[in-house]
Design a protein around this ligand. Structure first.
Ligand SMILES: Nc1nc2c(ncn2[C@@H]2O[C@H](COP(=O)(O)OP(=O)(O)OP(=O)(O)O)[C@@H](O)[C@H]2O)c(=O)[nH]1
Ligand SMILES: Nc1ncnc2c1ncn2[C@H]1C[C@H](O)[C@@H](COP(=O)(O)OP(=O)(O)O)O1
Ligand SMILES: [Mg+2]
Length: 190
C-alpha cells in the first residue's frame, strides 16, 4: 500500500532531530534527516561532498535536485523494511515541497516544531561546544535563522492549505502532544 510520509519541519535548533528520535523509538518510522545525509556525503570526501561543504558551512541551502535525489535514494534503500518515513529538514522552501510531491508523493502530515529564536540560538551555541558541526557558530546560526524565517516558514502556510500541519508548540509537553498527533493520524490512516 501507499507508504506513509511524515515531514518534520522547524527552525535550526528547534528540536527536529530530538523529536524525530522519540517518534522513531515509539513508531519505528525510518528517520531521514536531510542535514545528516548531506553531512555524511561531506564526510565521504566525494567530489559532490566537497561542493556541499562550502555551502553548508555558510548555512545556505544546497541545490534542490541534490538534496531531493539523496532523500529519494535513502527512501528506496529502505523501502522493503520501512514502516513509513519521517523526513527531517526537508522541504526547506515551497518549491522543494512541490518537487517532492511530483517525484515521490504527498506527505500525510507536516509536524512543525515551534521554538523562539533566542531558544534556538542558545541551544545551537551550546550544541556547538560538542557537535563539531561547522555551522553551529554564532555567525552561521544567524544566517540559518534568517533563511528559516524567509524560506521555510512559508512551507508551513503552504501545507496549512491542505490541513495537514500539526504544531508542537514550545509550551506544550512535546512528548504528549507529538504522540497524540501521530496517534490521531495513524488511527485515521489505512
Ligand atoms: N532544553 C531542551 N533542549 C532541547 C530540546 N529539544 C532539543 N534540545 C537540544 O537542542 C539542540 C538542538 O536540537 P536538535 O534536535 O539537534 O535540533 P534540530 O532542529 O534537529 O537542529 P538542526 O539539525 O540544526 O536543524 C540539541 O542540543 C538538543 O539536545 C528541548 O525540548 N529542551
Ligand atoms: N532540504 C534542504 N534543502 C537545501 N539545503 C539543505 C536542506 N536540508 C539541509 N540543508 C543544508 C543547509 C543546512 O544549513 C545544512 C544543515 O541542515 P540541518 O542539519 O537541517 O540544519 P539546520 O536546519 O540548522 O540548517 O544542510
Ligand atoms: Mg537536526
Amino acid at each position: 500500500g501507499e507508504m506513509i510520509v511524515l515531514l518534520m519541519s522547524g527552525g535550526p535548533g528547534s528540536g527536529k532531530g530530538t523529536q524525530c528520535e522519540k517518534i522513531v523509538a515509539k513508531y519505528g518510522y525510518t528517520h531521514l534527516s536531510s542535514g545528516d545525509l548531506l553531512r555524511a556525503e561531506v564526510a565521504s570526501g566525494s567530489e559532490r561532498g566537497k561542493q556541499l561543504q562550502a555551502t553548508m558551512q555558510k548555512g545556505e541551502l544546497v541545490p534542490l535536485d541534490t538534496v531531493l535525489e539523496m532523500i529519494k535514494e535513502a527512501m528506496i534503500a529502505k523501502a522493503d523494511v520501512s514502516k513509513g518515513y519521517l523526513i527531517d529538514g526537508y522541504p526547506r522552501e515551497v518549491k522543494q515541497g512541490e518537487e517532492f510531491e511530483k517525484k515521490i508523493g504527498a506527505p500525510a502530515l507536516l509536524l512543525y516544531v515551534d521554538a523562539k529564536a533566542e531558544t534556538m540560538v542558545k541551544r545551537l551555541m551550546k550544541r556547538g561546544e560538542t557537535s563539531g558541526r561547522a555551522d553551529d557558530n554564532e555567525e552561521t546560526i544567524k544566517k540559518r535563522l534568517d533563511l528559516y524565517y524567509k524560506a521555510t516558514e512559508p512551507v508551513i502556510a503552504y501545507y496549512e492549505k491542505s490541513g495537514i500541519v500539526r504544531k508542537v508548540s514550545r509550551n506544550t509537553d512535546r512528548n504528549m502532544l507529538i504522540q497524540s498527533n501521530i496517534t490521531s493520524v495513524l488511527s485515521l490512516t489505512p
